[in-house]
Design a protein around this ligand. Structure first.
Ligand code: SAM
Length: 281
């Protein structure tokens, strides 16, 4: 039997032995190339003094890379019980350093299972990736995580890092960039996965800033961005009508031309609108 550098069997063999044929409904596109999983683990930086949350370890390719790269401890939340034994084998190879939790990452209170400092590294299931990210971005700041290193579909990654004026700029960009620095580290082509997805993926790094780009209440910032981008082609004096306060009052207080459109406003301007909304209510 051939073995990988960590002494464990190659992933194809693990998948065959444990019957983990990829299921589309679970967003299962597995990475089988240990060079690539190693690259993602290294992109997360030095993890030797950090606990790592991994969502969706599947057969454990990235999990193995994180442990081999020296992560202090990995807590891996996986919904698919078919992965249980494969993960148990990895845990036995790295005693005391892998805790596999069976459950839905949207429900599990992962932060409570991690020591500090903590980071998140994951090849996210595409169907819940954005919801998970929004949950992490909504954490009270400074957040419990020191960095998120996440694989998304390229189109989602572009929305996270988009600048004002670009078609990809929207609610996710504002929420991500308000209190964090977000950048795309590298792309991963479809053929790197088994089975290959239809689109290119990208690894994104999101790190908290020392201070938010501007003061705002999170709930109001979300309300303002939802209204503004809900009608992104309309001028703000029209798009902001649903907020229960005259849009002109808000725009005037925030010093924003009523004829502008949401996609032209920098994050600081959305914060000014959120503060104006707080004042006006
Ligand atoms: N980390 C593995 C890799 O890189 O090869 C698998 C990544 S695959 C894109 C996504 C994984 O997330 C799958 O193993 C899937 O079963 C798991 N998953 C899907 N939805 C989940 C959820 N709500 N909570 C936890 N895991 C989930």
């Amino acid at each position: 039997m051939t073995t990988a550098p960590d002494g464990l069997p190659p992933l194809r063999e693990v998948i065959a032995r444990h019957g983990i044929a990829a299921k589309k409904g679970l967003g299962q596109n597995f990475l089988l190339d240990l060079n690539l999983t190693g690259r993602i683990a290294r992109a997360a930086g030095d993890l030797s003094a950090t606990d790592v949350l991994e969502v969706g370890p599947g057969p454990g390719g990235l999990t193995r890379a994180l442990l081999a790269a020296g992560a202090r401890r990995v807590v891996a939340v996986e919904r698919d019980p078919r992965c249980r034994e494969a993960l148990a084998e990895i845990a036995a190879r790295w005693p005391g350093r892998l805790e596999a939790v069976e459950g839905d990452a949207l429900e599990v209170d992962a932060a409570a299972l991690l020591g500090r400092p903590a980071a998140v590294v994951a090849n996210l299931p595409y169907n819940v990736g954005t919801a998970l990210l929004v949950g992490w971005l909504r954490a009270p700041f400074p957040p419990w995580w020191s960095r998120l290193t996440l694989m998304f579909q390229r189109e989602v990654a572009e929305r996270i890092v988009a600048a004002p004026g670009s078609g990809a700029y929207g609610r996710l960009s504002v929420l991500a960039q308000w209190r964090c620095e977000a950048r795309i580290l590298f792309d991963v082509p479809p053929q790197a996965f088994s089975p290959p997805p239809k689109v290119t993926s990208s690894v994104v790094s999101i790190a908290p800033l020392d201070a938010p780009r501007a003061q705002a209440d999170l709930a109001l910032l979300e309300e303002v961005t939802a209204a503004a981008f809900g009608q992104r082609r309309k001028m703000l004096r029209q798009a902001l009508k649903g907020l229960g306060v005259a849009p002109e009052t808000l725009l005037d207080a925030a010093g924003i031309e009523p004829t502008r459109r949401a996609e032209t406003l920098p994050v600081e301007a959305f914060c000014a609108l959120a503060r104006a909304l707080a004042q006006a209510r």
